[in-house]
Design a protein around this ligand. Sequence first.
Ligand code: PH4
Ligand code: ZN
Length: 306
Amino acid sequence: MPLVPGRELLAEARRGGYAVGAFNFNNLEFLQAIVGAAGDAGRPVFLATSEGAISYAGLESVVALVRAAAAATPVPLCLHLDHGKNLDVIRRCIEFGYTSVMIDASDLPFEENVAKTRAVVELARPRGVSVEAELGRLVGVEDEVSVAERDAVLVDPEQAGEFVRLTGIDSLAPAVGTSHGAFKFKGEPKLDFDRLRLVAERTGGLPLVLHGASSVPDEVLARCRDAGVEVPGARGVPQDQLLEAIRLGVAKVNVDTDLRLEFVAGVRSALNEHPSRFDPREYLGPARDAVRALVGKRIRLLSNVK
Ligand code: PH4
Ligand code: ZN
């Protein structure tokens, strides 16, 4: 199947009341795991590459690998630039055939974020490439922080409506209390659902994106611990909160950390169990298969929202 624009997958997800998983990859094994899982589940996915992934793997290689995977896969795939900050990288991704790009200018003042995001929409639109942008800062917010502190970092719903009108983006990633990585919350995990509900209202049903959405499942942490990976205090977004976010308008859920944890547990346990093995296929292969199983489960969770 050819690569499809992100907005098509998101529109379908909003109509169906589910979310599409966006899974990051930096190498062949993760790509195979994600595409294999999407094929197993018969569901579309976003294949997300950060600027770091592109400099690690090379843009030409990323695009060639994804095109080959898409040609052999019966489900729609979208090749997406995650957290694009550099306009040259964004331009190159669009030229090389990405079907979705994120412009992350969320660290700039509102007007500058609007201007940079509009510039990307103008680059992307003529090529049919979809654009995601971000508002607010991706940081965990503890229960005890004041309203003012919370307002200072999380998305402002009124601004979100204005941002969408001024930029013409296809999807918005609002900061509602999640953060990247394995250590998202010091206390109880809790997204700001009231804020998310208001953002959905003010942005008129535009597909929303949840970043930092790994759930860091207990069973994955147990496999990490058993294999000797040290991640004390790791905590993610509980899966019932992911489902609530989808009910409120989230149509794309970004997951990277869970795959990394599952992969490192797989590699470490293969190496621990067979200290004499040094053929990479013998320790990367089992890790890849474990990631495929994890992604398959996550796709099914995100697809079956009641
Ligand atoms: N992402 C992944 C960002 C990966 O530079 P890099 O390749 O390390 O960036 O955008 C997410 O939202 C993933 O969230 P998670 O950490 O909860 O999986
Ligand atoms: Zn992110």
